[in-house]
Design a protein around this ligand. Sequence first.
Ligand SMILES: *[C@@H]1O[C@H](CO)[C@@H](O)[C@H](O)[C@H]1NC(C)=O
Ligand SMILES: *[C@@H]1O[C@H](CO)[C@@H](O)[C@H](O)[C@H]1NC(C)=O
Ligand SMILES: *[C@@H]1O[C@H](CO)[C@@H](O)[C@H](O)[C@H]1NC(C)=O
Ligand SMILES: *[C@@H]1O[C@H](CO)[C@@H](O)[C@H](O)[C@H]1NC(C)=O
Ligand SMILES: *[C@@H]1O[C@H](CO)[C@@H](O)[C@H](O)[C@H]1NC(C)=O
Ligand SMILES: *[C@@H]1O[C@H](CO)[C@@H](O)[C@H](O)[C@H]1NC(C)=O
Length: 469
Amino acid sequence: MAKFKVRKFITRNMCMASRLCRYHRRFMFICSPCFVLIPVYIYVSLAVTYTMKHGTSITHLLPTRFIATGLRLSKDLAPLPEKVFWRNELDSGALWNFIQHIEDRRNNPILKPALIDSVNHSSTPNDTERSIWRSSGSCSPDYEILNIMPDYETFSTQMKDFVMSMHCRDYPLILEPRDVCDHGPLAKTPMLLLAIKSQSANFENREAIRQTWGRSGRVKGWEKEGGRVRRVFLLGTSNDSQSENKLKLESKIFGDIIQWDFTDTFFNLTLKDVLFWEWFSGRCPHARFIFKGDDDVFVRTPAILDYLQGEEEKTGTTTKRSTQSNMKQFVVGDVIRNAAPLRMKETKYYVPKSFYKGLYPTYPGGGGVVYSGSLAHKLFEVSQRVHLFPIDDVYLGMCLQRLGVPPINHPAFLTFGFPEDEPKDPCANHTILLVHKCSPTDMFQLWTETSTPSPECRNTTLRVKPRVP
Ligand SMILES: *[C@@H]1O[C@H](CO)[C@@H](O)[C@H](O)[C@H]1NC(C)=O
Ligand SMILES: *[C@@H]1O[C@H](CO)[C@@H](O)[C@H](O)[C@H]1NC(C)=O
Ligand SMILES: *[C@@H]1O[C@H](CO)[C@@H](O)[C@H](O)[C@H]1NC(C)=O
Ligand SMILES: *[C@@H]1O[C@H](CO)[C@@H](O)[C@H](O)[C@H]1NC(C)=O
Ligand SMILES: *[C@@H]1O[C@H](CO)[C@@H](O)[C@H](O)[C@H]1NC(C)=O
Ligand SMILES: *[C@@H]1O[C@H](CO)[C@@H](O)[C@H](O)[C@H]1NC(C)=O
């Protein structure tokens, strides 16, 4: 009996022990994560207290890449993100936004970091996407677009033409310049390449430019040594056979014409950018700076050279011998912010709502803009991933946005001419880098006036007062 009792006692005790053990194990199992979380909790509370104490508001904690819609106009946020930025949300109901959304998502640097520096698309689009995004292949009119754009018939003629051919950017060269950029000795690569948008009928403008601000050769700055300047005119084709023939002759004589086989219309100007970047990357890759602008502007070329050299010295990037400026992100002009598409059908800039929604990105006005050669290579790459847009300077802004490069505003780029309310200054013409709009006669006058400044205007500095919008 006693033996039995003892055994029972032991068994019961063992039972209790094992039960206790079981509870203990369970307790440990449930609570050990709590112990681990305690330091994390302490860290988080300390961090939050610290942040609140030091007055950092929530907006500053947001990543710089994020810009909420509606906050764009706020002065607190940079108009352009500092880092490469691709929208991930879709603006539905507008064709361009839709097409670009697909492309942006495919090249999103966060989802696909390796893509950022490569030109090639790596992931393949699905059938729907492919039928909309036909950037290469046939350049015949795209009638399928009519199925996606129910209000096509209400578009202006140039918008209709644009939509019908916007999938194509593959136009052959007809005329090519000679001796603009030598691949030979370093000393012969241009410091500044002038790329001027022209049309075959504008013979007089081209002639005035050749004889004035667009002279090719070594150009001395006012203060600094200056550099080699070269010039090309960018043209499409027209249906006027007489000017076309004259253009061929002009190209033979001056060798400064690039002509591609597309119709030279306002909404086809973006093709000049895209095709010029391609030409530049292949044929003139070492030019340090590029001026791109209209053929009805006047440019103070020596002053631009001084300015550019000053900028290079400021960043300490380039020595005399180096061929290419290291200013990879340099673009300067008359910068336009928060512009909205014009919806009046009568204007030259009319873009329908069903084609583009939202504000335009920050962009330098197309009358005249200067950027570095290295940026031109980047622009060529990124332009492969940005769908053509009918307005060329807005397109440049779209490319810059995707490169994360903010354009620099310089008040001496008067792409809208002199402000009307400005008090008359006898030396005003010596304060500019560029002015719009000029007839050939104006160009000769301005050239004479600015190349031989009167004694009182000799020391005039560039204007600093920003344009009042
Ligand atoms: C893009 O793809 C082509 C052929 O698929 C290849 O020859 C080329 O090197 C690629 N370019 C880059 C930058 O990867
Ligand atoms: C293809 O992509 C588009 C846009 O991203 C999407 O709306 C569509 O559903 C996709 N189609 C297929 C068959 O996956
Ligand atoms: C040439 O084009 C213009 C507009 O682009 C047009 O008005 C004109 O009729 C055309 N002329 C010929 C001969 O086709
Ligand atoms: C641009 O040029 C192409 C090729 O000549 C032409 O088919 C298209 O209609 C032009 N686009 C515009 C907007 O004029
Ligand atoms: C500046 O140049 C324009 C165009 O040649 C000329 O009409 C104007 O008189 C000039 N301004 C001054 C102050 O000389
Ligand atoms: C212009 O600058 C030079 C040298 O800096 C100086 O000698 C001259 O007096 C200045 N002229 C005027 C009109 O200010």
